[in-house]
Design a protein around this ligand. Structure first.
Ligand code: DAH
Length: 340
């Protein structure tokens, strides 16, 4: 005789032990399936003594109902806990602070360059351009620096291996020739800015640095226009109260030539270590374009005159932002860059 109570107990333990729906289904097939013990026993009722058949049938039906509802409950519980687990797993804490996005900023050399170009743009100068690998002809000869000229040595030139006649430009002045050849004989006001190369390397010199160059050519241009332009430029860069001073100088491509000083931005003109007690700091070279250069550019020096100037961008940035070592501009040190 089948022990109905033992069967119920064992089946209920199985159902309770199922940890997911697959195991529960397994238990259902095992206990309530067509080949399970209950179905088996129901089929065997006909072999039981006639006076026990009714009792046995009722008992088996009760166990089946009990197991079915236990399974229903277990299924609901498993489903609820899997939803809870999933919710916990996929929880999104909307109160967490977001991940900040690192935002870059312009490099101090870029800022100095922009300030210089903007100031000249406002005076009607247009951007011009030239290559960093330049012909010796434009870098030197056309600028009145022939091969035997002592100024060649001051330029500490990098030559381009395998390409005789080509150099890494030592200054932005060759762009003067390029711009003039493109525009002659119309009047001209251009500014260019870019990398230049020289073989020196110390606290104030880098083998790669930046220059800005300005050039104006027209009829009747004189030193007064040069001085007015440079004064405007210096006021835009160093403030309205800046003082400037022109000193006679020499460049092969200008005649006359002048170096421009500004009142020392560190001591206000009283004299300090940085201005070596003079109260002035040199910031650029300039002059009236040499007739040889005008001719090379396609202009007739009898009719057109011009003025030009060249500025070291690093030098301007050092003075404007109080940076005392040029190498800081090339080291990508965030402690410096974050200050801009
Ligand atoms: N090219 C000169 C240099 O590299 C700078 C310079 C001086 C440019 C005088 C000019 C100028 O246009 O007129 O040192």
């Amino acid at each position: 005789m089948l022990d109905v109570e033992a069967l119920r107990g064992e089946a209920l333990r199985d159902i309770a032990a199922a940890v997911d729906e697959a195991q529960l289904e397994q238990a259902r097939i095992e206990w309530l399936g067509r080949k399970g013990p209950i179905a088996d026993a129901l089929r065997g009722i006909k072999n039981a003594p006639p006076d026990e058949r009714r009792e046995l049938g009722l008992a088996l039906n009760r166990v089946r109902d009990a197991l079915e509802s236990a399974m229903e409950e277990r299924r609901a519980a498993l489903k609820a806990s899997s939803v809870t687990a999933r919710l916990a797993r996929e929880a999104l804490d909307v109160t967490l602070p977001g991940r900040p996005r690192a935002i870059g900023g312009p490099h101090p050399l870029q800022l100095a360059e922009d300030a210089l170009v903007d100031a000249l743009h406002a005076l009607g100068f247009q951007l011009a351009d030239g290559p960093e690998v330049e012909s010796e002809e434009l870098n030197f000869e056309a600028l009145n620096i022939p091969a035997d000229h002592p100024a060649r040595e001051m330029h500490d030139t990098f030559f381009v291996e395998g390409h005789p006649g080509y150099v890494l430009r030592t200054h932005t002045s060759p762009v003067q020739i390029r711009a003039m050849r493109r525009h002659a004989p119309a009047p001209l006001r251009v500014v260019t800015v870019g990398r230049v190369y020289r073989r020196d390397d110390d606290v104030t010199h880098s083998p790669v640095f930046h220059q800005m160059e300005g050039l104006a050519v027209g009829e009747g241009l004189g030193m007064q226009h040069l001085k007015g332009t440079l004064y405007g430029l210096c006021r835009a860069i160093f403030g309205q109260d800046v003082r400037i001073r022109l000193r006679p100088s020499y460049f092969p491509f200008t005649e006359p030539s002048a170096e421009v000083d500004i009142g020392c931005v560190f001591c206000g003109g009283d004299g300090c270590r940085i201005c070596k007690g003079t109260g002035f700091i040199e910031i650029l070279g300039s002059g009236m374009v040499h007739p040889h250069v005008l001719r090379e550019g396609g202009y007739d020096p009898a009719r057109h005159t011009g003025f030009a100037f060249g500025v070291g961008v690093e030098r301007i940035a050092m003075l404007r932002y109080g940076v005392d070592d040029i190498r800081l501009f090339f080291q990508s040190d965030l402690r410096l860059l974050r200050q801009f």
